[in-house]
Design a protein around this ligand. Structure first.
Ligand code: ZN
Length: 146
């Protein structure tokens, strides 16, 4: 079992997740966190195909396959390191269903609660959710090659 690590997430990812949550409200939004280990570099919005999207989320399986393919092609050293979703009127904490349906013990589960006012991270292992501290990184200057 790995030690608890601090998740490093850019402010831009938080802004993107909160904006997505607000766009989808009162439905839950969802998406993947792409990066390496506990370092998140970007958030990719996915469609919530849950039949009851106001109280749960299910990432569109075909989009899941497509995003994995794109990552392999353009970011071979990165991967899906977590998933984000929103609780439009609930707290930024995993619901019993989130815990029951979490099958990736190393993933970061980022939850945007209460209309985007709170964003928290967890790891969910063996039916237990543990809070993960977040270090919000400032924007990095893009390095351009011409
Ligand atoms: Zn949830």
């Amino acid at each position: 079992m790995t030690a608890r690590r601090v998740a490093s997430i850019p402010h831009a990812v938080k802004r993107a997740v909160v904006a997505h949550a607000r766009r989808e409200a009162p439905k839950e939004c969802c998406g993947f966190l792409i990066g390496t280990g506990a370092r998140v570099d970007l958030a990719v919005p996915m469609s919530n195909v849950d039949p009851r999207p106001h109280t749960g989320f299910q990432i569109d399986p075909s989009e899941h396959i497509a995003v994995r393919r794109v990552i392999r092609q353009v970011l071979p050293n990165a991967g899906i390191v977590g998933v984000y979703h929103s609780h439009p009127s609930g707290p930024a904490a995993p619901s019993p269903r989130d815990i029951a349906e979490a099958h990736y013990p190393d993933w970061i589960f980022l939850i945007c609660g209460r209309a985007g006012r709170v964003v928290r991270a967890y790891r969910i292992r063996r039916g237990m959710a543990t809070p993960v501290a977040i270090r919000w990184r400032p924007a990095e200057r893009p390095r351009r090659k011409r």
